[in-house]
Ligand binder design. Structure first.
Ligand code: CMC
Length: 432
C-alpha cells in the first residue's frame, strides 16, 4: 500500500511540497513536517501543542472524544478492577502483563531497592520544617543523580539492565522519599521500608507508623490507594511526561530528569489540581454558595479545579472510576457521609447542566474526586500531589526507556516565531 501524503502549496511561488502522513494503530495519523523548514523555510506554529505529536509511542492510548484510556492496549476500567499497581507498573515498563513468576521477581526487586542511602536521608535536614513535600521531592529525587551517575554520559552507552535498574530504583524509592518528606513536616523520625509488606501497604506504614507505635494497615486504604495509583500511573504526553522526555533528550541523568517531571506535575493546571480541589471545596463551603462560584467562572475570575482537560472532551474515565470508589470508601469509613463529597457531587451536577460547561465540554477530571478519597484515608492535603508523583513515576520511567531506545530519537529543540526587536544599537549609558 502506498503511503498517504498531503500536499502543501506556497501561494507566492506556486511550489508544492508532498508531506508524508504517518499512520497510527488507532487514533489520528500524524502529518510529518520535519522537511518543511528545509524545503520552504517556514516553521509550524502550535503553542501548547494542540495539534502536534511530539513523538511516537506504544505505551498509552487516549481517545478524548470517547473518554477512552488504555495502557498497552488494556482498558483502564479492566486494569483498575483486576490488577495491582505493580502489575500495571510491569505492564507499562515491559509492554505485557507479568506471569506469576515475573511478578514475584519484579515485586522482589522493587522492595529490595526501597531503602535510600543514609546520606540522602540527611538532605531532609536542609529543609525548613514546613517545606512543601513537592519541593522536597524535587530536591531529593534530583539528588539521586549525585548517588547514581555512572553510565549516563550518553544514551548509547546504557544497557537494557542499567535502564531497568533506573526504573526499579525510582519506582522503589519514591514512596520512601515521599513518606520521609511527610515525616519531616511532622518532625517525626523516618520509618524504614519493610520488605514483608506490599508496595502500597509499605508506603502507608512509612507514613503512619512511628518507632513507638505500630500502624494497623487498613485493607480498605490499601485497596483504594492501589487503585488511585493505577489510575495515575500514565497518561501519555502530558506536561510532566513531556518535560521528562525533553530533559532526557539531551542525555541528562535520568534521576534529574524525573525531578524535572515532578516540577512540572506540581503546577495547579496539572497534578497540583488535586490539592486545589480540596482548597476550592473548603472555600465554597456550602451548597448554597455554588451558584456564586459558577457565576465567577463565567466572568473568568475563577476556574473550577478538577474540571476540564486538554484531551478529554467527555467524562474523564478515571474520574468515573474514582467517583464510584469514593462512594464505597466513604460508606465503609463514615457511613457514606462526607460534606465535601456531597458538595463535590452537587457542584458536578450543577456544572454539567450549565450551558457554559456544556459548550466547552468541561467535565470532572481525575483530580476532582481523588483528593476526597486521600483525605478520607488520612493523607494531608499538601501530600496529594506527592501521591500523584509516586504513581506517575512509573509512566515517566516507561517513557524515558522508550525515548532512549527510540531509533528516531534526537535532542528536543523546538523553534520559535520571533517577534522582538529586529536589530538595535547600544547607546552610551548616559544617553539612555
Ligand atoms: N473552569 C472553568 N472554565 C474552564 C476550566 C475550568 N476548570 N477549564 C477550562 N475552562 C474554560 C476556559 O476558560 C476556556 O474558556 P473560553 O473558551 O471561554 O476562553 C475553555 O474552557 C478552554 O480552556 P483552555 O484553558 O483553553 O483549555 P486547556 O486545554 O488549555 O486547559 C486545563 C486544560 C486542564 C489546564 C484546564 O481545563 C484547567 O485549568 N483545569 C483546571 C485544572 C485541573 O483540574 N487540572 C488537572 C488536569 S487532569 C490531571 C492531570 O493529568 O494533570
Amino acid at each position: 500500500m502506498s503511503q498517504k501524503t498531503m500536499i502543501l502549496t506556497d501561494p507566492d511561488t506556486g511550489r508544492s511540497l508532498e508531506l508524508p502522513v504517518r499512520e497510527s494503530t488507532i487514533g489520528p495519523p500524524a502529518l510529518e513536517v520535519s522537511s518543511l523548514y528545509r524545503e520552504f523555510g517556514i516553521f509550524t506554529y502550535d503553542p501548547g501543542f494542540l495539534s502536534t505529536a511530539s513523538c511516537t509511542s506504544r505505551i498509552t492510548y487516549i481517545d478524548g472524544e470517547q473518554g477512552i484510556l488504555r495502557y498497552r492496549g488494556y482498558p483502564i476500567e479492566e486494569l483498575a478492577a483486576k490488577t495491582s499497581f505493580l502489575e500495571v507498573a510491569y505492564l507499562l515498563l515491559y509492554g505485557d502483563l507479568p506471569s506469576e513468576t515475573q511478578l514475584t521477581t519484579f515485586e522482589d526487586s522493587i522492595s529490595r531497592h526501597s531503602m535510600i542511602n543514609e546520606s540522602l536521608k540527611r538532605f531532609f535536614d536542609g529543609f525548613h520544617y514546613d517545606a512543601h513535600p513537592m519541593a522536597m521531592l524535587i530536591g531529593v529525587v534530583g539528588s539521586l543523580s549525585a548517588f547514581y551517575h555512572d553510565h549516563f554520559e550518553s544514551h548509547e552507552n546504557i544497557t537494557q539492565e542499567q535502564r531497568e535498574l533506573v526504573a526499579h530504583r525510582l519506582i522503589a524509592k519514591m514512596p520512601t522519599i515521599a513518606a520521609a518528606a511527610y515525616k519531616h513536616n511532622l518532625g517525626e523520625p523516618f520509618i524504614y521500608p519493610r520488605r514483608d509488606l506490599r508496595y502500597v501497604a509499605n508506603f502507608l506504614n512509612m507514613m503512619f507508623a512511628t518507632p513507638c507505635e505500630r500502624y494497623r494497615i487498613s485493607p480498605l486504604a490499601e485497596r483504594a490507594m492501589n487503585l488511585l495509583f493505577i489510575l495515575h500511573a500514565d497518561h501519555e504526553q502530558n506536561a510532566s511526561t513531556s518535560t521528562v522526555r525533553l530533559a532526557a533528550s539531551s542525555g541528562a541523568n535520568p534521576y534529574a530528569c524525573i525531578a524535572a517531571g515532578i516540577t512540572s506535575l506540581w503546577g495547579p493546571a496539572h497534578g497540583g489540581a488535586n490539592e486545589e480541589v480540596l482548597k476550592m471545596l473548603g472555600e465554597i463551603g456550602t451548597v448554597d454558595r455554588i451558584d456564586q462560584y459558577i457565576a465567577k467562572v463565567k466572568d473568568k475570575s475563577f476556574r473550577l479545579a478538577g474540571f476540564g482537560h486538554r484531551v478529554y472532551k467527555n467524562y474523564d474515565p478515571r474520574a468515573k472510576i474514582i467517583r464510584d470508589v469514593c462512594h464505597r470508601v466513604l460508606e465503609e469509613l463514615a457511613d457514606g457521609s462526607n460534606p465535601q463529597f456531597e458538595l463535590a457531587l452537587r457542584l458536578e451536577e450543577i456544572a454539567l447542566k450549565d450551558e457554559y460547561f456544556l459548550e466547552r465540554k468541561l467535565y470532572p477530571n481525575v483530580d476532582f474526586y481523588s483528593g476526597i478519597i486521600y483525605r478520607a484515608l488520612g493523607i494531608p492535603i499538601n501530600m496529594f500531589t506527592a501521591m500523584f508523583a509516586i504513581a506517575r513515576t512509573v509512566g515517566w520511567v516507561a517513557h524515558w526507556i522508550e525515548l532512549t531506545t527510540d531509533p528516531e530519537y534526537r535532542i528536543g529543540r523546538p523553534r520559535q516565531r520571533y517577534v522582538g526587536e529586529p536589530l538595535r544599537q547600544i547607546r552610551p549609558i548616559r544617553q539612555r
